[in-house]
Write a protein that binds this ligand. Sequence first.
Ligand code: SF4
Ligand code: SF4
Length: 467
Amino acid sequence: MPKYHSTLSRREFLKALGIGAAGVGAASLGMAVPNLVEPVHDLDELASSTLAVPNRPSYVKEVDKPTVEVDWSVMSRFDYHNVMWAAGLQKALGKTQFDLVNAAQQGNRLLRLKQNKPGYTLRDDAFVNAFYGAPSSYLPPTTNSTPADLGVPVYQDTPENNARMVRAFLRFHGAAQVGFMELDTNTTEKLIYSYDTGVGQAQGPKITIADVDQPSETKEERIMPKKARWVIIYTIRMADELMRRAPTEFVVGPTNLGYNLKSIIQGQLQLFLRGLGYMGLGEASPYNDLGSKVGMGIMAGLGEHSRAMHIITPEYGLRQRLFALVTDLPLAPGKPVDFGVMRFCRVCKKCSDICPPKAINGETEPSWNILGDYNQQGIKSWHRIEPNCLSYIRQSGSSQGCILCFAVCPLSKGKNESIYQSLIKRTIATTPTFDRAIRKMDDYLGYGQRSDPDTFWDMDLPPFGWD
Ligand code: SF4
Ligand code: SF4
């Protein structure tokens, strides 16, 4: 029987962390436990905090540089054509092997359908294939009035107030977290793709940043005006219950629901900005466009880089999708944050241990060395063997899903584990000596184990499956 919610008491948990009976007693009496107290923040520090990531726990510190090392002098703008989901897999495997992988995908899909295998039944297959087709566009829709149409001046306020306004708008429309990044020619501009997402394996349009007044696009090129210097990064949560069914067809749901919601939210944000007199340049496909959302999210202070090569946020761990929109509305940018993730990933390695095709690097220290065109240069990371990941996903018979790494990460637990999560995150941020014990505790508690796929259809889920 899969086990998720442990009956382990807080006393046992603290004991296992090595805090012992005295610490337990002090904690239960509300007294400060050595090494678990929150860092002190003075009023100046609070007043100087940017608006990018408000209401964070005090163990999340703003820092001047991201915790993942970046060499901007080595980095250049990445061609999306090289990622696995575009043409990267065929490039890495060669056409013959690529065709075999795809044939295995369809063969395994049909085999499992006929076997009525839980997680891959006709009902589950129909569930997945209902996600595709929501519209998205680079240039904004033009269905509303601009200030010029109305004969009034464009909206103007401070970058700080603009950031507050955009966050309020996006939260109302369903975004979980909202951050802001300023484009700088020598650094963060390199997070915009050189070539955008194409259709299928075709190379997408070139993205040219040019000194022009208005954006434009053809099949071959998207023009981004240099005056559009701000990026809005927002996240949409992923449903915990479906991720517990990794790696079946169900795990496509949390990802693709995010993509579909993005298509609606993005169009509304583009119209909102247009109504204020500003441009909103969106992601043209329902999937991943414009630039490295993980890099942007890190620079905006939404979270830290991780071994799994995705962003880990204090709020949801790995369980969110990131989206971006470029605008000329001035916005107060956020700063990178440090809450101990890069350090914890050195010790934890759970995603690497669990990854079926061993795509996730298990070395203790991150490295500047990349493994292929599909990795971004200039980042000191645990670069993933991307072809292993997508080949595994395809051959496993699922259309797009695995995300076991997301599901097992000790920092990616849902609401039901929130007391432990809060304690663990505080401990990781302040007391690295407990990192190894926390990984062991996560295994012991059985977190990250899988649920029976069929139980999904009998559940009374919260909206969007977000618990
Ligand atoms: S999605 Fe699955 S195969 Fe890919 S890196 Fe994560 S655990 Fe490994
Ligand atoms: S599972 Fe562990 S090593 Fe992997 S991303 Fe999560 S915290 Fe880092």
